[in-house]
Design a binder for this molecule. Structure first.
Ligand code: TRP
Length: 329
């Protein structure tokens, strides 16, 4: 049997090149080796306020971009988190075995709560919900970026604590893929990871940006004051652009760009990105103009994963001594 992989992306903001090169591209490449579940984590998104109408269309857009980026809905299950009530149910049960101190220590919680006037309880519970996403499907492998490793460690701690208190119930996710693709930084600030939540028009390249927008953003990307590209000594901005170009088009190697003036280099980077995005955007257009396609994909994903989720919920309830309707099944 193939090992089960699970990962998730929030449907807030626009999916960008960092999401593609750091996650989606990799998911598409590994999907045939595993039983893959890719989750659109809308319950995580609402830990900070989302415009309702915008959120629901972002959920569909995210699903369409997963497919456009190469995730094959015949092979992999694309699931909207809130469609499977087990995520929220299990999160509650796990909350009850999670010491508050563990959650207070989460660095993302600290960083996010500094930006809010009032801190919603959901923000504190965020990593418990993430643990529920993973444990609900007894996933073995969770490909995530470095920024999520503390949350993954917490997931393991929660699973172990639950198993110790109530008996072996959860698989403790052991493995993480060693590399999950390139780490892409912001164009305006190459010291921070490219992020959906950073506002500013020149921070990220959205997967649906038209070619002229891509070119303009890259032309404006932060560089340094060297006259040209020195492959042995790239500043953070140039190094980031090189990583992007090379990940989009492996023909753009260090020796190809050596000595290029920054203007020419940026043009080469832009062409690599535009060429990489073109088939994604074409596929996106195709599937979003086909009526009912996305909903059918999400329905299929739901039907595939629901029995797994229900099974874990029953097992967990039984372990904790909660009542399972339908008798002693
Ligand atoms: N917290 C993750 C992020 O921001 C998203 C996420 C939610 C996730 N649930 C998950 C990732 C389960 C992997 C597995 O990137």
């Amino acid at each position: 049997m193939k090992a089960r992989v699970l990962s998730g992306v929030q449907p807030s903001g626009n999916l960008h090149l960092g999401n593609y090169l750091g996650a989606l591209k990799n998911w598409a490449e590994i999907q045939s080796d595993y039983e893959s579940i890719f989750c659109i984590v809308d319950l995580h998104a609402i830990t900070v306020y989302q415009e309702p109408e915008e959120l629901v269309s972002k959920i569909r857009e995210t699903a369409a971009l997963f497919i456009a980026a190469g995730i094959d809905p015949e092979q992999s299950s694309i699931v909207v988190q809130s469609s499977v009530s087990g995520h929220a149910e299990l999160a509650w049960m796990l909350t009850c075995v999670t010491p508050l101190g563990w959650l207070n220590r989460m660095t993302q919680f600290k960083a996010k709560s500094e930006k809010q006037d009032t801190i919603g309880d959901g923000l504190l519970q965020y990593p418990v919900l993430m643990a529920a996403d993973i444990l609900l499907y007894q996933a073995k492998i969770v490909p995530v970026g470095e920024d999520q490793s503390q949350h993954l460690e917490l997931t393991r701690d929660i699973a172990q604590r639950f198993n110790a208190q109530y008996g072996e119930t959860f698989n403790v996710p052991e493995t993480r893929l060693p590399t999950v693709g390139a780490r892409i930084m912001g164009l305006d600030d190459p010291t921070v990871k490219m992020s959906k939540s950073v506002t500013g028009t020149n921070h990220a390249i959205a997967l649906l940006d038209p070619p002229e927008v891509v070119r303009k953003k890259i032309a404006r990307a932060t560089t340094d004051s060297q006259p040209g590209v020195d492959p042995e000594n790239m500043g953070a901005g140039i190094a980031n652009l090189f990583t992007i170009a090379n990940a989009c088009d492996p023909a753009v190697t260090r020796s190809v760009v050596a000595g290029m003036r920054y203007g020419d280099f940026k043009k080469r980077v832009a062409e690599a990105v535009v060429a990489r995005l073109e088939p994604i955007q074409k596929k996106y257009k195709e599937i979003t103009t086909e009526p009912g396609y996305i909903d059918a994909v999400l329905q299929r994903g739901l039907e595939r994963v629901l029995p797994i989720a229900q099974d874990t919920i029953r097992t967990t309830k039984r372990a904790m001594g909660l009542y399972v309707p339908g008798g002693s099944v």
